[in-house]
Write a protein that binds this ligand. Structure first.
Ligand SMILES: [Zn+2]
Length: 720
């Protein structure tokens, strides 16, 4: 029976019919019967159904309970409160001293000699390999295979697995995007038949908007490794830096090519900051993947199509941190099976391929461990030397009079372990003045020199001008913060500057909030929700605050004490104090008569009306765009944000809304009658926000009177 299974694994046809975990795994696995196989917990064989995230968690927890080789940790939670798991798999003996092994691996200086002797490898600790699955939730073969990988490492008593685990820590992130995985699993399973349908047109293969690729707010987590906006990314980055793996895998699916892809991608599209040795090591690992897939008769390809340029992707981020990141792209099945140019391919085949390349990664990394150790050790030194050869010594970044925005930027640096210090002297660069209390110095030469350069550089010339997508990401520009390079390291301070906001005078007649601040809209929403009357300045003004004359731009918020009939001044001040405490600059004004510009009682300070937005979504629109708007309004502003699909727009009466938000999309389906309704609504004071292709559509709206009808406008859709 075992011989038959072994032969079977060499043949494509048999791989398609693999069912139990044992049948997926190498014939010499010698599985410990005391460790639960996936089917014993799931109630069905891996690949028969798409695993839901709760079932995945249930199995991994059962495995960790049964196996002394596995420890499992909840590293965070998604928006939908699903746990983010990390499994650490190593030998039972190593499991007892996991933290010590980790510190040795990182080269922690505080280990004493006794601890060092007790660790695994004299030459710097264990091999650390991180296997990360299905960051795109509708590319689920990775997450489904993770159960087999974990089971194999927990249960196999083969000499190879025992040797590997004696010298390695294998970290498994079984579902990088649990909310997306669950959304897709629910769709695929609820459309599954007893007889699988391979016809690509069937409903099961055509998941509805917004699809399972993205997280709860429809963010692409595989662009978020660098900006770290979403909770999944923020939880994961802590563990990444805690472990600094030698190799990190990133398991995806693609729908365009008949074969399985693995990196290297197109060599000319590798980021030039990544050392050439990275490509060589990636190529050496690729030999192992190719052997594994050839042994199973599975078509594959490499050095084509995908690039390795944007460090916000899971397979590229490791490349600027001294790790080797590997992208895997299995042919997408999107259901139980699908007809491709190869014939009918099943979900089980996809799962089997992800298992194969997971094991070939472990095999390759173990065989190449000497080179991987040397590469990682040398990486930080190489990056620091390069930083030392630059014409500048440091960057300085100012706060743009918005401490909260600067704090958000510095928070990303903290998560990436990048060092900085408060500026200790004033200096000017061009039109920009950087002052102590409002600026930070980031030394170029530091341990994270490579990642820092990637975050700060403004690259405008490229060896190859073809990109998978993202080509620029200078982080201070994303936060709209002033920054420049410095040819000398300026004086710095030890302690961080605090908000320059003056403590609130509770007896003031009015308070003002500059609108350029990141958190000002959230404060406004909170005040409006409480029924507070808030005015905005339509002209700039200067007013006395304490002993200072403070300039305020147009758009500043003004809260006047005397007109708040529905709220006690005390309640309002509690809200303002809370916002000021969290970093918002709020100023108490001495008088409603200003020193420069209009006075507060003039007609230049209209009362702000509450905003009632409506976001248009649906399959004709970009879920990224709609999700970004939803996230911004809901999470950042605390504003309930209804979303209506385009095909329900006919039902909508716009009179109940103040703002209509159209993300990128094709809006040709909006009827002439509804266009007239929207036009009338805009004339009545409604605000239309149209982005990308939506702006082209909005250009066609007719604002002329009936006596002078609109001329047909030139087609612009798709060109903006
Ligand atoms: Zn993907």
């Amino acid at each position: 029976m075992r011989i038959l299974t072994g032969l079977c694994l060499l043949l494509l046809a048999c791989a398609a019919s693999a069912r139990t975990a044992q049948e997926y795994l190498p014939p010499d696995s010698n599985l410990d019967p005391g460790i639960p196989a996936p089917e014993s917990v799931l109630g069905w064989d891996v690949g028969d159904w798409h695993v839901s995230h709760d079932k995945l968690v249930q199995y991994m927890q059962a495995l960790a309970t049964a196996s002394p080789r596995i420890s499992v940790k909840v590293i965070g939670y998604t928006h939908e409160q699903r746990p983010l798991l990390q499994l650490a798999i190593t030998s039972e003996a190593n499991q007892q001293k996991l933290e010590s092994l980790r510190l040795t691996h990182l080269g922690a200086a505080h280990l004493d000699a006794a601890q060092r002797d007790a660790t695994l490898l004299d030459d710097g600790g264990p091999l650390v390999v991180w296997l990360g699955y299905s960051i795109h939730g509708d590319e689920p073969s990775g997450s489904n295979s993770s159960m087999l990988v974990a089971y194999y490492l927990a249960a196999s008593r083969s000499a190879w697995v025992e040797e590997l685990l004696a010298g390695s820590v294998v970290l498994i992130d079984p579902a990088i995007n649990p909310d997306g995985l669950n959304r897709f699993a629910s769709w695929a399973n609820s459309n599954a038949g007893k007889e699988p349908v391979s016809d690509p047109v069937t409903r099961q293969h055509m998941q509805p908007w917004p699809k399972g690729r993205t997280n709860h707010y429809w963010f692409d987590l595989n662009r978020d490794w660098l900006p770290l906006v979403q909770p999944e990314s923020r939880a994961r980055i802590v563990e990444y830096h805690r472990w600094l793996p030698h190799v990190l895998t990133d398991h995806h699916e693609q729908g365009q090519y008949p074969g399985f892809f693995f990196q290297p991608g197109v060599p000319s599209r590798q980021n030039p900051l990544t050392p050439p040795e990275n490509l060589e090591l990636t190529r050496s690992l690729a030999v192992f993947h190719s052997e594994a897939l050839d042994a199973a008769g599975q078509p594959h390809f490499t050095e084509e199509v995908f690039d390795d340029f944007y460090y916000g992707k899971g397979s590229t981020f490791p490349d600027i941190n001294g790790s080797i990141g590997i992208l895997f792209e299995q042919r997408a099945i999107r259901g139980q099976e699908i007809l491709t140019s190869n014939g009918t391919e099943t979900f089980r085949m996809a799962v089997a391929n992800q298992l194969r390349v997971s094991l070939s990664t472990l095999k390759g990394a173990w065989a190449l461990r000497g080179r991987l150790f040397d590469y990682q050790t040398g990486f930080a030194r190489t990056m620091q030397e390069r930083a030392g050869n630059k014409s500048f010594r440091a960057w300085v970044v100012g706060d743009d009079a918005d401490p909260a925005r600067a704090r958000a930027f510095l928070d990303v640096l903290d998560l990436h372990h990048i060092q900085y210090q408060p500026l200790g002297e004033t200096f000017r660069a061009g039109d920009e003045e950087f002052t102590p209390g409002h600026a930070w110095v980031i030394p170029a030469r530091q341990r994270q020199a490579g990642l820092l350069e990637a975050i700060m550089e403004q690259r405008t010339e490229f060896r190859d001008e073809t990109f998978y997508d993202v080509s620029a990401w200078t982080l201070p520009l994303a936060y709209n913060l002033p920054f420049t390079t410095l040819s000398r390291t300026p004086a710095t301070q030890e302690t961080s500057p605090v908000s320059s906001g003056i403590p609130l005078d509770r007896d003031a007649p009015a308070w003002a909030v500059p609108w350029n601040q990141l958190d000002a809209p959230a404060l406004l929403q909170k005040l409006l929700d409480a029924g507070v009357k808030v005015r905005t300045s339509i002209k700039p003004f200067s007013a006395q605050t304490g002993n200072n004359l403070q300039a305020f731009s147009a758009g500043s918020l003004v809260i006047q004490a005397g007109i708040q009939e529905n709220n006690s001044t005390s309640d309002i001040l509690d809200t303002l104090d809370e916002a000021a405490h969290s970093g918002l600059d709020i100023f108490a004004l001495k008088s409603t008569v200003t020193s420069v510009g209009p006075d507060l009682g003039s007609g230049h300070f209209p009362i702000i009306k509450p905003v009632k937005p409506l976001i248009i979504g649906g399959r004709e629109t970009s879920s990224y765009g709609a999700g970004e708007a939803w996230y911004l309004l809901d999470q950042r502003l605390g504003l309930a944000a209804p979303i209506v699909e385009l095909d329900r727009l006919e039902e909508i009466d716009f009179s109940g809304y103040t703002h209509l938000l159209l993300p990128d999309g094709d809006f040709a389906a909006i009827s002439e009658i509804q266009k007239e309704n929207i036009t009338r609504w805009i004339k009545g004071g409604g605000v239309l926000i149209a982005i990308n292709r939506a702006a082209g559509w909005a250009q066609e709206l007719c604002f002329q009177s009936e006596e002078t009808p609109c001329e047909p406008v030139e087609e612009t859709r798709g060109k903006t």
